[in-house]
Every structure is written in C-alpha cells, then in structure tokens.
Design a protein around this ligand. Structure first.
Ligand SMILES: Cc1cc2nc3c(=O)[nH]c(=O)nc-3n(C[C@H](O)[C@H](O)[C@H](O)COP(=O)(O)O)c2cc1C
Length: 207
C-alpha cells in the first residue's frame, strides 16, 4: 500500500513536519507499506483565482501534488489549527486540487493528524478540515491523533518524548491502514445496505 504524507505547514521548525516524519517512520515498519513524505513547501502556489486557472491553467505545483495524491492508496496530513480551523494554506491547496480532472481526492482514504502548541492539539482544525475533503469525496478516517503543547512534546531529535503518545500514534496508524485496505469502502457497503429503500417519513407510517 502506497501512503503519501505531508505536513500542512511551511514553517522551518514546524511541529507538524516533525510529527509527519515520526508517522512515516512508524509506517515504514509495515512491510506492505511504501511511504512517501513531501514538504508542503515543494508545492508553491498562488492564492486561488479562477482567472489564473482560465488564463494560465492549473499551476504545475498543483498538478504535481495532485499526482502524488492520485498515485497513493492513502494520504496522511498533519495540520496545525489556525484560529480554530483549517489553515488557509491547506484550504487554498484543496481549492486548487478540486480543479483537477480527475479529482485526485475522490475515494481517497485520508487520515488527519496534527500538532499545536496549545492545549487542544489542533483537533478543532482537524474537524474543520474534514469538510472540504468530505465534499470532494475522500473517505475520511474517523479518528484523529493530535499533539497538544507541541513546543515541549518533542525532543531535540524531533522524536515524541512520551512513549505513550508514540504507542497511540502507532495504534491509530495501524487502524488507518486497516481502514484504507478495505476492498470496498464503508460507504459503498452502506449504499448496498440502504439501496433504494425509501426513508421518507410519509412512507414509514410508524415513525
Ligand atoms: C495565526 C495563528 C493562529 C493560530 N490559532 C491556533 C488555534 O486556534 N488553535 C491552536 O491550537 N493553535 C493555534 N495556533 C498555534 C499553531 O497551532 C502553532 O503555532 C503550531 O505550532 C503551528 O504549526 P507548525 O508548528 O506545524 O507550523 C495559531 C498560530 C497562528 C500563527
């Protein structure tokens, strides 16, 4: 299984970049996993403007990022939380990616993790991030892993100091791999189950 990871931060000393490296190392222990990590900085892009797309086409950086996602079976993004939500840089990239045909995020298994130097570890940002991915048809892994107080959570080698956190991250990654290796997505299974059944209230007299 090919797993593509990046941190949605451009900052040199980014905690999310550290977290994504740790996640990649843990994933590399799984023999069936082929892991690729990129820096978000490798994909510089303008602020989304439909005029740019019309006049110049989609930026090469977006085509490159889209290819990385397209080629992967699963994607893991470590993202900070900005003002309780998705960082503008990541949302901008998603908006550009949504212009690609085919849409590389459709039916892609995605797991969100994060690090923040505040107390909630960026989980609110992760929750907001789900929305555009979901709208683009990605299969979102339901769980999160977030490192709170990240300014003191990593040692000088960039490793998580608390072994319990490493264990939890490892468990979540293992679970995500199981989620992403389903032959049928849970959503297809749900479609089969629901089929053409009519759930309108008027046709279900007992409700
Ligand atoms: C403009 C701005 C807004 C932020 N808002 C939040 C926030 O709402 N919640 C939070 O947990 N951290 C917030 N932070 C802290 C970032 O999560 C923290 O700086 C984090 O380390 C950034 O990620 P990075 O280290 O990967 O670059 C904010 C930081 C900035 C610069």
């Amino acid at each position: 299984m090919k797993v593509f990871l990046f941190a949605a931060s451009l900052r040199k000393g980014s905690y999310n970049k550290k977290l994504v490296r740790i996640a990649a190392d843990l994933l590399s222990e799984h023999v069936f996993c082929e892991v690729e990590v990129c820096e978000f900085n490798e994909f510089p892009m303008p602020m989304f403007n439909a005029d740019i797309a019309e006049e110049f086409g989609i930026p090469d950086s977006i085509a490159k990022l889209g290819n990385k996602i397209q080629e992967a079976d699963a994607v893991i993004i470590s993202t900070p939380e900005y003002n309780g939500s998705i960082p503008g840089t990541l949302k901008n990239a998603i908006d550009w990616l949504s212009m690609l045909d085919p849409n590389p995020l459709a039916k892609k298994y995605v797991c969100l993790i994060g690090a923040s130097d505040e107390r909630l570890g960026g989980v609110r940002g992760n929750i907001h991030c789900r929305v555009p991915f979901h709208i683009l048809g990605a299969y979102m892994y339901p769980n999160y892993f977030d490192v709170a107080l990240s300014d003191t959570a990593f040692d000088e080698k960039g490793q998580l100091k608390d072994p319990k956190q490493v264990e939890k991250l490892n468990d979540i990654l293992g679970d995500f791999l199981r989620f992403a290796s389903r032959k049928e997505s849970p959503f297809d299974v749900l479609d089969d189950f629901i089929g053409n059944r009519d759930f309108t209230r008027s046709n279900n007299a007992n409700h």
